[in-house]
Ligand binder design. Structure first.
Ligand code: HEC
Length: 136
């Protein structure tokens, strides 16, 4: 805390920039359309084994981690009967629905399909920037 107070303004600006570039799933990182399509995808390709996980073990496992990790896991392991069997876009839709089932809000920007962009989104229940001081 003390160190923060004596940091030059430049560092504070840099910190603010870093915070806005790293988003949280609580910010609204997928669209309603994506989640709706994801629900259909789960119904046809996933749900004969399981519905989207949303319990405590699931949250404990992924909370605070980058979405790229969840994306990579899902792409490499799922469907269990046909790993990597879907396109990146389809995995993105599946994850959009998974986020909605976990209580994450939809937003105006679509969830990206590339892992570099997903690496900048954290699975989290709190927003990256408080609403009162945020840029939007
Ligand atoms: C043939 C059965 C089967 C199908 C089909 C299947 N899964 Fe799974 N899935 C599993 C099993 C079993 C696990 C538990 C982890 C393990 O054993 O590897 C799992 C785990 C998961 C997890 C991790 C959950 C956690 O708690 O971290 C995700 C995410 C997931 N599946 C997504 C999907 C998606 C998306 C699809 C459809 C595209 C799908 N699965 C289809 C069997 C299946």
């Amino acid at each position: 805390m003390r160190l923060r107070l004596i940091l030059p303004l430049l560092s504070i600006a840099a910190l603010a920039a870093a915070q806005t570039s790293l988003r949280s799933t609580a910010d609204g990182v997928y669209t309603t359309a994506q989640a709706n399509q994801g629900r259909e995808l789960w119904a046809s390709l996933c749900q004969n084994c399981h519905t989207p996980h949303s319990g405590t073990p699931f949250k404990n496992r992924w909370m605070g981690r980058e979405l790229s990790a969840l994306f990579a896991y899902t792409r490499n392991e799922m469907p269990k009967s046909d790993p990597s069997g879907l396109s990146d876009e389809e995995y993105t839709l599946a994850i959009a629905y998974l986020l909605r089932v976990n209580g994450m809000p939809a937003g105006a920007t679509a969830l990206p399909s590339d892992s570099a962009a997903l690496h900048r989104i954290r699975f989290d229940s709190v927003r990256s920037v408080p609403t009162s001081t945020g840029p939007r």
